[in-house]
Every structure is written in structure tokens, then in C-alpha cells.
Design a protein around this ligand. Structure first.
Ligand SMILES: NC(=O)c1ccc[n+]([C@@H]2O[C@H](COP(=O)([O-])OP(=O)(O)OC[C@H]3O[C@@H](n4cnc5c(N)ncnc54)[C@H](OP(=O)(O)O)[C@@H]3O)[C@@H](O)[C@H]2O)c1
Length: 225
């Protein structure tokens, strides 16, 4: 009998994170997942819920320290925000910028560093929910510029993890989930959460043991940086 695969999804109270947690659990994985508030966790008792606000440095450090070493096959850092609706550099405040870039760029890398030792060597996958909008090639007109810039910077900082992941045979992924019907994606998005997370789960399955750093969408297409 094969051993049960284990996943940790960070930022899973709703949307893609919650959908992906449920999808992996239904595929037979043991799933741990985080949310900022425990309220609502009772609706998905099949998931092991942990609390974490990725912007809280103290919580992030303690969170990493309490995880067993080499426990997870996959860790997905999924938490993210859109930032101000106007998406205008000229109109934005310093507080808005700080909040956007902390949540989408710096805190994901910080929590990734904290949880890295709990990924299984050789086959472990560390994935970030990025966006196709992060790419100059895929987003030539810089649509949604503040949000997109925060994800471009996330992709760049993700690359700084490569020496640490390569030395343990891990695989790094920057994922594009598609444009998805969530609070962030809005009702006009073409993809349901279910369609996106089925694809993302296939990607996570497929990339175990591959090594390197890949920018991939939910349909397993490679994207240009
Ligand atoms: N939807 C799309 O079309 C789309 C496209 C490309 C990329 N993405 C990316 O996919 C990821 C998930 O987005 P979504 O569409 O599912 O959005 P969503 O429904 O708005 O969910 C965002 C998730 O991030 C969590 N989160 C936000 N700030 C956090 C923090 N400081 N600490 C911990 N968790 C935090 C939220 O938790 P709370 O409930 O506590 O706020 C929520 O669980 C994001 O990184 C997003 O940028 C989405």
C-alpha cells in the first residue's frame, strides 16, 4: 500500500486555497491548512486547521518551528490580496502599498523559509500562488499594475529560494490558477474554483521530484517569466 501524501495549504479560509485543500483531501491526501480565524473551520472537519496570519512575524516564526521536519510532500503558499481597486501608483497610499506587498510578496517568502524544513527531501514541492499577470510577456500592457507588480516581485524573490530547495532536491513552483470566480477574481471570471483546483492538484502531483523552478498554469502549460 502506498503511503498517504501530505499537504499544507497556507491561506485556505476560502476561494482557491479552500478549494484546493478539499480537492487534495478528496484525492486521499492528508491536508493541513491555515486560516487567520478559526471561525468557519468547523465546516470542513476533514482538514486539519491551523491559525496563521502570514503578516505576523512572531506567528510565522513559531508556526515553522512547531511543524515536524520532513512531514509534507507539498506546501502551497496561497494567501494573497488584490490591493486597492484603483490600481494606480499615483493614487495609492504608502499604507496600501505596504499592505499589498507584505501580503503578496514579502510574507509569502518569509513563511516559506520558516516551513521549508518540513518538506520531504527529494520529492517535496514548494508552490506559490502567483499569477500570469506577473509576467511582462503574458501581461504586456501591465493590466492591474499594483497587483501584477506584487506578483512579479514574488516570482523574483521565489527564485532566491532555489539554492536552498536544490540542495535538498525540492521543486519550486510559481502557479497561475487561471482567472477564477472568487472574492478576488470576481464573478465575471471564466473558471470555477473546482475547475482551477482540479488542474492545480494535477500540477502538484506531476511536479514531485522534478527539481528546479517552474512557472506553470492550472492546465499544466509553462508560462514565460
Ligand atoms: N482568483 C483569481 O482569478 C486569481 C488569479 C491569479 C492568482 N490568484 C491568487 O490566488 C490566491 C488565492 O486567491 P483567491 O482568488 O482564492 O482569493 P480570495 O478568495 O480573496 O482568498 C484569499 C485568501 O488569502 C487569505 N489571506 C489574505 N491575507 C492573508 C494573510 N495576511 N494571512 C493569511 N491569509 C491571508 C484570505 O484569508 P482571510 O479569509 O482571512 O482574508 C483567503 O483565504 C491569491 O494569492 C491570488 O493572488 C487568484
Amino acid at each position: 500500500m502506498s503511503k498517504q501524501l501530505q499537504a499544507l495549504i497556507i491561506g485556505a479560509s476560502r476561494g482557491i486555497g479552500l478549494g484546493l485543500s478539499k480537492e487534495l483531501q478528496q484525492r486521499g491526501w492528508a491536508v493541513s491548512a491555515t486560516r487567520r480565524l478559526l471561525a468557519g473551520a468547523e465546516e470542513s472537519p476533514e482538514i486539519k486547521w491551523l491559525t496563521l496570519d502570514i503578516n505576523n512575524l512572531q506567528q510565522s516564526t513559531t508556526f515553522g518551528q512547531m511543524l515536524p521536519l520532513e512531514q509534507f510532500d507539498v506546501i502551497v503558499v496561497n494567501a494573497g490580496v488584490y490591493g486597492p481597486d484603483h490600481q494606480s501608483v499615483s493614487s495609492t497610499t504608502q499604507d496600501e502599498l505596504l499592505s499589498l506587498f507584505m501580503t503578496n510578496t514579502f510574507s509569502p517568502i518569509r513563511i516559506a523559509n520558516a516551513v521549508l524544513p518540513s518538506l520531504k527531501a527529494n520529492t517535496g514541492v514548494l508552490a506559490f500562488t502567483s499569477s500570469k499577470l506577473a509576467s511582462l510577456n503574458e501581461n504586456p500592457h501591465a493590466d492591474m499594475p499594483l497587483y501584477s507588480a506584487s506578483k512579479s516581485a514574488l516570482n523574483m524573490l521565489t527564485r532566491t529560494l532555489l539554492p536552498a530547495t536544490e540542495s535538498r532536491g525540492l521543486t519550486l513552483l510559481s502557479l497561475h490558477p487561471g482567472w477564477v470566480q472568487t472574492e478576488l477574481g470576481g464573478a465575471a471570471a471564466p473558471l470555477t474554483v473546482q475547475e482551477s483546483v482540479q488542474g492545480l492538484a494535477n500540477v502538484l502531483d506531476n511536479y514531485q521530484g522534478k527539481g528546479g523552478h517552474h512557472f506553470v498554469d492550472y492546465s499544466m502549460q509553462n508560462l514565460s517569466w
